[in-house]
Design a binder for this molecule. Structure first.
Ligand code: ARG
Length: 461
């Protein structure tokens, strides 16, 4: 492999620690794509002859067919995907294969391949995020008027609508899409032609290869081009944040589907049983989505640690960039698909949610607001009066709504029976029409807007 310089083969353990083919074989398509762009440029600039370039391109096409047909023998002795492809090319077309590696190095080659790979992965993740947004928005529209308790500190806070709750996740995913979009924009510079680290003396055309590979421009500094893995880090950071969002939703599904909450049900398709307790319906998929956040966030940390002490330019440490990223993005794609399935599958129990929403004096704020509006009390005083009414209800072991008018008047004599309308959970949510509020009318409008926008985007992809 290393030509004249080496006479003996590597130690077995050297081969084992050094080889990356076991995992970087998944870069094969991007590797060959980049090689084809490179050789076309070598021909266009007169660095290789047109017929040589043609032989090389044809050989590369044959290798694509072999790999697609499962007939390609990947070899650990050949270390990585780049040398595996190049060596097969030499078998197929002879010594002219050696001209492909003119004016490039595996350093710019792997940086190019990896960027192309990550760019495609981001594309798939964006589609997954959109799919989940659409599932959430559709469910939100169906459940726009379903009242549930809203929590802070996991204590009943104020009634909200289930649709509003789901749309909160649509917003999180909107930001995730933005982060992946920004990562793609910065990723999209071509390292190809940076060669080993210093550029090359051959009259290459880096704009041409950049354009052929869909990059917006060649990376401006050859050292930076081969030593930068920010694009992988940014992608993993965006993935970690997206995974955290999935995990929060997963956690809520675990809570909602528990017998203690009973807010929603997953069908048999998304539940598992217990081998010993026949009554159980476990939300395993939600738990696994929640758990995968650990490996996704861990991958970001792992790569950050690989990179943090490396002097410029390339170091073999950087070969460790791939496994965590592959694993993390696979996990994210799977998590998105599973979560989309679960959201579509989820059947809320509107009555159970509404019952829970009425418990815990969830409309106490509505009562306080009414005291401000109807009786002109300053809010702080209204808060105090309401607190005393809540204490009275607790003393009597009943909900706010069940207190008699006399009970209410014993705390504040100006209260009238108009108050009963505002302490009702349905009228509470209906009244919250401020921008971004939980009112069913707001939820319907927002959900429809999202569905329209997402369907349009899906259609134009
Ligand atoms: N397999 C290597 C990697 O993934 C390719 C680059 C090797 N470059 C080198 N100078 N040894 O990083």
């Amino acid at each position: 492999m290393w030509g004249g310089r080496f006479s003996a083969s590597p130690a077995e353990i050297m081969e084992e620690i050094n080889a990356s083919i076991g995992f970087d074989k998944r870069l094969w398509r991007h590797d060959i794509l980049a090689s084809k762009a490179h050789v076309a440029m070598l021909a266009a600039t007169g660095i290789v002859k047109p017929d040589e370039a043609e032989q090389i391109a044809r050989g590369l096409d044959q290798i694509i067919a072999e790999i697609e047909g499962g007939k390609f023998a990947f070899s650990r002795k050949l270390e990585d995907i780049h040398l595996n492809v190049e060596s097969r090319l030499a078998e197929l077309i002879g010594p002219v294969a050696g001209k492909l590696h003119t004016a490039r190095s595996r350093n710019d080659q792997v940086a190019t391949d990896f960027r192309l790979y990550v760019r495609d992965e981001i594309e798939a993740i964006q589609a997954g995020l959109m799919g989940l947004q659409l599932a959430l928005a559709k469910k939100a529209l169906e459940c726009a008027g379903a009242v549930m308790p809203g929590f802070t500190h996991l204590q009943t806070a104020q009634p909200i609508t289930f649709g509003h709750h789901l749309l909160a996740y649509v917003e999180m995913l909107r930001r995730d899409r933005g982060r992946f979009g920004c990562a793609t924009r910065r990723l999209n510079e071509s390292p190809l032609g940076a060669a080993a680290l210093a550029g090359t003396s051959f009259p290459i055309d880096r704009d041409m290869t950049a354009e052929a590979l869909g990059f917006s421009r060649p990376a401006a500094n050859s050292l930076d081009a081969v030593s930068d893995r920010d694009f992988a880090l940014e992608t993993l950071a965006a993935a970690a944040i997206a995974a955290m969002h999935l995990s929060r939703l997963a956690e809520e599904i675990v809570l909602w589907t528990s017998p203690q909450f009973g807010f929603a049900r997953l069908s048999d398709a998304y539940s598992t049983g217990s081998s010993i307790m026949p009554q159980k319906r476990n939300p395993d998929a939600a738990e696994l989505v929640r758990a995968k956040t650990g490996r996704i966030a861990g991958a970001f940390q792992a790569l950050l640690m690989v990179m943090k002490g490396l002097p410029l330019a390339y170091a073999k440490d950087m070969q460790e960039d791939k496994e965590p990223l592959f694993d993390a993005l696979d996990a994210l794609k799977l998590g998105l698909a599973a979560m989309t399935g679960m959201v579509e599958d989820l059947t809320p129990d509107a009555r159970a949610m509404k019952r829970a929403a009425a418990r815990g004096h969830s409309t106490a704020t509505d009562l306080a607001d009414w005291l401000v509006r109807a009786l002109g009390l300053p809010f702080r005083e209204a808060h105090n009066v309401t607190g005393r009414i809540v204490a009275l209800a607790d003393e009597k072991g009943c909900d706010l709504k069940k207190l008699s008018l006399d009970d209410l008047k014993s705390v504040e004599k100006r209260i009238t029976d108009d108050v009963y309308a505002v302490v009702d959970v349905a009228s509470s949510v209906k009244s919250r029409t401020s921008y971004g509020g939980t009112a069913p009318a707001n939820v319907r409008r927002e959900a429809r807007r999202w569905i329209k926008r997402l369907e349009k985007e899906a259609g134009s992809r």
